[in-house]
Every structure is written in C-alpha cells, then in structure tokens.
Design a protein around this ligand. Structure first.
Ligand SMILES: [Zn+2]
Length: 206
C-alpha cells in the first residue's frame, strides 16, 4: 500500500471554507474527475488553483518529494483541494450532548460569566422543565452551583439573573476541530484559522 495515498488532504467547499479532510487517493480522484481543483499556497500568502491537467504539468515541471506514481506518470500530492461540485458531504449537525454544551459555553457559567471546571458546572434549563422549558440547545446552558442555587426553579428574570448570551445551536462541526488538530499541515493554517474565527464571530454575534 502506498502510504502517500493515505495522507490527509484538506477539502474546501466552493466558498473556500474548510469542510472536511480526505485521503490523497480520494483527492486525486476528485481532481481527475474535474470535481475539484488542487490548491497551492504561494510564498506571498496567496493561493493558486490547478485543474488536473495543470497539476499534472506542474508535477512534471517541478518534481516534488510528495508525489505518487500512477501507471504513466508521477503526480504531486495535493495538500488542499477546492470542490467545484455541490458539496455533497453530509452536513453533520452538532450533536446535542453534555460535552458539546460545555464546548459551546466554554466552561463558563452563562449567568455570572465565570469559568469553572466542568465538574463544578451544571446544565440548567433556562425556562424550568416544569414550566414547559424544553431540553434543547436554546434552553440549556452551563451554570455554576451558586447561580444554580440562586435561580432554583425560576426563570432568570424571576431570580434576578441575566444570561450573558442567548443560547443557540452552535454552527461549528465537531469533526472539523478533531481532524484538523490531528493531521494538520502548515498550508491548512489559513483555512483552519478562518474556520476558527468564523465560529467565534458567529457565536458572539447572537
Ligand atoms: Zn454562576
């Protein structure tokens, strides 16, 4: 098995947003089929895109150590590809889990704004359950023991508490954070940083 074919390639959608990580094998197939272009970062920080033919020419003109051999030619391994087709990768919704609520709220009590160890935080129903408050992204927040005790079985307004931000379903995709940190390559940095900042802005804007 050629290990180069199993290296990781960052996949961008048509808006140049990082959406996935795939193997070189898959990336070259998408490139060959015309469904994606290879992306190369330039020294000046810009990015160039290459069709399959252009990429093959580049591989021939400027041989690179990260190359794989096909039956008839060697081709450089792309580190990033840009999808040209509709992004058919499944859109993973962020799972509604205890872990992801802590992630969304950044281990911060959503009433007093202080950061705690996870073991010192509760999950609070903003509108209490027995008042019909659902167990949803929009009605569950992290809260510290102190605030939780003060709030008791009341609404924030009744307890004199204020949410530091309106709870929402997060927009980030967990796999992005997991895979990117494990297999990241230098040239991915730009797009991963973008994804990171997009998350921050999206969350804070609410
Ligand atoms: Zn608190």
């Amino acid at each position: 098995m050629n290990s180069a074919l199993n290296q990781h390639v960052l996949v961008l959608n048509r808006l140049w947003q990082a959406v996935n990580v795939c193997t070189t094998r898959r990336a070259l197939t998408l490139l060959f089929q015309g469904h994606a272009q290879a992306v190369l970062s330039e020294a000046d920080g810009s990015f160039r895109t290459f069709s399959f033919d252009q990429w093959r020419d580049l591989s021939r003109q400027a041989p690179h150590e990260d190359s794989v051999r096909t039956i008839s030619f060697r081709i450089r391994v792309p580190r990033i590809i840009l999808l040209l087709i509709y992004d058919r990768l499944p859109k993973k919704e962020v799972k509604f889990t205890r872990h992801n609520i802590f992630e969304r709220d950044k281990n911060t009590c959503q009433y007093c704004g202080r950061v705690f160890e996870r073991s010192d935080l509760n999950l609070d129903h903003v509108i209490p359950r027995d008042r019909g408050g659902p167990t949803t992204w929009e009605n569950i927040v992290c809260s510290c023991v102190e605030c939780n005790t003060q709030k008791a079985n009341r609404t924030p307004a009744e307890a004199g508490l204020h949410l530091i931000r309106k709870p929402k379903r997060p927009k980030w995709r967990p796999f992005v954070q997991i895979n990117f940190s494990l297999h990241r390559h230098d040239s991915w940095k730009h797009f991963i940083d973008l994804a990171y900042w997009n998350v921050e802005l999206g969350e804070d804007a609410g």
